[in-house]
Design a protein around this ligand. Structure first.
Ligand SMILES: [Zn+2]
Ligand SMILES: [Zn+2]
Length: 338
């Protein structure tokens, strides 16, 4: 048996004893989970009212790293003892979008940790196609950030950063911080971050050496013009409702990536600015096949996303971890299984 937090719906969790899952289907893989990061999605699932759907009765969590314990008969790509990370969206392969190769837009997908049992558990049963082998040379805590990093790798495939570019990221939470790490790795000349939380701005300034800007202390547009003389080659909205600020900070002809998800916000858009200044405004959702590149990036050691982990908690303190992330006094919180 294993003691796991079960999502009850309406923002609630309860700890229950569940049997360790067993191989049922030929493509099942049983994982021993080492660690699983708390994601903004988990915060949204547990919010009241919920800002993300999840099925009551399941184990949530999708940013897991673990080791293969057992495999179904048809499994070929992983074997017991392999260290693996998880791509949690299980697309259908049959809908019109899957058939066009746009499977991040699949209209009939399942997700590990929202529609079926996830990784806030000592063991998880996952289909083979969700798993990617990752070298033991990658630090465990870097591997734990594979899934959020893959979303950023996928987004930047849509608007690449060139050496020397001025990059501005609005929102210095975990996702914004991963964008900043990748911007440096791409050779950005300057990385600017803005956030309303002083803790986060201090963190990214100290940890990543970015230029922090506090929107309540300075006019962002003026500050960005003073720093760059021209505006930013790339602006990322990692918040989800900052489109007008983002287009104001971009240089003429620049790229804007809209990455944050705020389904209930609907800001009016300054369309004239987009047209007059030839802006490329790109929506980017989870990325299209970013997983192999993300593994290669982590295995290269060129970036160390573990630097944004500020807290490590046991499974019994999941709710405390969620509260910490909500408070803005933590960056990434990692649940580490005993
Ligand atoms: Zn996530
Ligand atoms: Zn599909």
């Amino acid at each position: 048996m294993m003691r796991v937090p079960i999502f009850l719906g309406e923002g609630k969790l309860s700890y229950e004893d569940r049997p360790i899952p067993q191989i049922i289907h030929d493509d099942d893989v049983l994982l021993k989970i080492y660690a699983s990061g708390i994601c903004g999605t988990d915060l949204n699932i547990l919010a009241m009212p919920p800002a993300h759907k999840a099925k009551p009765g399941i184990v949530i969590g999708h940013e897991g790293v673990g080791e293969v314990v057992a495999t179904g008969r048809a499994v070929r790509s992983v074997a017991p003892g392999d260290r693996v990370v998880i791509a949690p969206r299980l697309t259908c392969g049959k809908c019109a979008y899957c058939r066009r190769g746009l499977d991040n837009q699949c209209t009939d997908y399942q997700t590990i940790g929202t529609t079926r049992d996830g990784t806030f558990a000592p063991y998880a049963l996952v289909p083979e196609r969700a798993l990617y082998k990752i070298s033991d040379r990658v630090a465990l805590e870097d591997a734990a950030l594979f899934e959020p990093l893959s979303c950023v790798v996928g987004a930047l495939a849509r608007a690449p950063i060139h050496p020397g570019d001025n990059v501005c990221i609005i929102g210095a939470g975990p996702m914004g911080t991963l964008f900043a790490m990748l911007a440096w790795a791409h050779g950005a000349g300057r990385v600017i971050m803005s956030d309303v939380t002083p803790y986060r701005l201090d963190f990214v300034e100290e940890t990543l050496g970015v230029q922090p800007l506090h929107p309540q202390q300075r006019d962002l547009k003026q500050a960005v013009m003073d720093l760059t003389g021209i505006g930013c080659d790339l602006v990322v909205d990692a918040v989800g409702n900052q489109i007008n600020t983002a287009i104001a900070l971009a240089r003429r002809g620049g790229n804007v990536i809209l990455f944050g998800l705020r389904p209930h916000d609907n800001p009016p858009v300054n369309q004239y600015t987009i047209t007059r200044y030839d802006l490329n405004v790109i929506g980017a959702f989870v990325g299209l096949h970013p997983f192999a590149q993300t593994i290669a990036l982590l295995e290269s050691g060129r970036i160390a996303p573990r630097r944004l982990i500020t807290h490590r908690l046991p499974l019994g303190e999941l709710e405390h971890g969620v509260a910490l992330m909500r408070s803005g006094q933590a960056m990434k919180v990692l649940i580490v299984m005993e």
